[in-house]
Ligand binder design. Sequence first.
Ligand code: FES
Length: 125
Amino acid sequence: MIKGVPQPAFYIFKCQQSAPPGMPKPSCVSQNNPESAELFQHLAQSLMMKGIIGTVSPIQTGCLNRCQQGPVMLVEPGHTMYVGLTKEKIDRIIDEHIIGGNVVKEYVIADEMWGEPVSPSEMAR
Ligand code: FES
């Protein structure tokens, strides 16, 4: 077997979208929630401190279309969408899901907001 550079075990896509001040639409990084601006840094630092940054890639991303539930992040593989994040919640997700292998169900988006995906082959014209 060829041994190459290993793939990451997980990608964690953290929504970093911020709405301009005065904009009524909620966003994952918001002036109304000062902690929200620190969550990505916290995620990356925690992964580093636990020594797993080499196999878990934190990615800053734009809007994931679940703004009402922000701050949100998506864990792949698994399509797990975590909502209403705080630093404490991120730490628990790293310990229990990323290291421990058990999804933290209390922090996962409600089923009615995260239905089964529609196959592109059904949608394509
Ligand atoms: S702003 Fe984060 S999901 Fe839309």
